[in-house]
Design a protein around this ligand. Structure first.
Ligand SMILES: NC(=O)c1ccc[n+]([C@@H]2O[C@H](COP(=O)([O-])OP(=O)(O)OC[C@H]3O[C@@H](n4cnc5c(N)ncnc54)[C@H](OP(=O)(O)O)[C@@H]3O)[C@@H](O)[C@H]2O)c1
Length: 235
């Protein structure tokens, strides 16, 4: 059987990079999208060889159709999208402006929406079935005021998951994966350390994410669902 082709957005670094490696070892063909991390993307391509292609696109350039066509040209088809690209910064209420809100929405909601629609159209033409996994955040259950554009745009992605699951079936299953405290960035290390004892199952690791992604990819009768991977931190 032909290998399935997966696009992972924001896949050259951190969580999604580990996921890309695991998917290649599970016999998928992986297209790793990156924006600024060209070096990391090249190293990953070198490590993963012919099962991996890389592609650059800044979501803020608003050329998602062109980007999608380039993605298709890599292996001649696409079956699955993992929407993982993200921005994550703290700001006070006074720092929030139109541009910031717009950028968060473009990255977390607009581009994932367009890519999912393009995948659907592509699968209808091929008369094949595929799926989309949207990375949101378990913290949506208890959002904080210091990241309003982040939580609003991720909750839009969460809502989109259910809406599209209904509209695009049976061609595309659309599910949501909501990580908890998995991989800190440099600014979050102290917070993660402080929270470790407060989470009954401790901190998570990228293996926990990979396990759940594999489940969603194989669960052919599941759509419009959310899996929280947070060790019971948020209910
Ligand atoms: N890490 C965690 O513990 C955690 C917790 C909750 C939720 N999540 C979610 O899980 C996913 C992966 O997490 P992560 O921490 O590994 O992600 P991340 O480091 O915050 O971001 C992933 C990638 O998004 C890309 N990106 C940023 N701005 C972009 C733009 N304008 N255009 C295109 N791509 C852009 C970046 O690509 P370049 O580097 O190439 O520029 C970056 O490598 C994210 O959706 C995140 O929200 C993670």
């Amino acid at each position: 059987m032909d290998k399935k082709v997966i696009l992972i957005t924001g896949g050259a670094t951190r969580l999604a990079k580990e996921l890309a490696k695991s998917l290649v070892s599970d016999n998928y063909l992986v297209i790793v999208h990156y924006n600024q991390s060209e070096n990391d993307a090249n190293l990953l391509k070198e490590e993963l060889g012919r099962s991996c292609e890389i592609i650059q696109y800044n979501f803020l350039d608003n050329e998602s159709k062109v980007f999608f066509e380039k993605v298709l040209s890599k292996f001649g088809r696409l079956d699955i999208i993992i929407n993982a690209a993200s921005i994550f910064s703290k700001q006070s209420l006074g720092e929030i402006d139109e541009k910031m809100i717009e950028n968060y929405n473009i990255i977390h909601s607009n581009v994932p929406l367009l890519l999912t629609i393009y995948l659907y159209e592509h699968l209808v033409i091929r008369n094949e079935r595929g799926s989309v996994i949207n990375f949101t955040d378990a913290g949506l259950n208890r959002p904080s005021l210091n990241r309003i554009p982040y939580f609003l745009s991720k909750s839009s992605l969460s809502f989109q998951t259910k809406l599209l699951a209904k509209e695009l079936a049976p061609y595309v299953r659309v599910n949501e994966l909501a990580p908890g405290l998995i991989m800190p960035n440099n600014k979050d290390k102290d917070y993660f350390a402080k929270m470790e004892d407060k989470i009954k199952l401790g901190l998570g690791s990228y293996d926990d994410i990979i396990f759940s992604v594999n489940y969603l990819l194989n669960a052919k009768y599941i759509t419009g669902e959310k899996i929280k991977v947070d060790g019971g931190l948020y209910f």
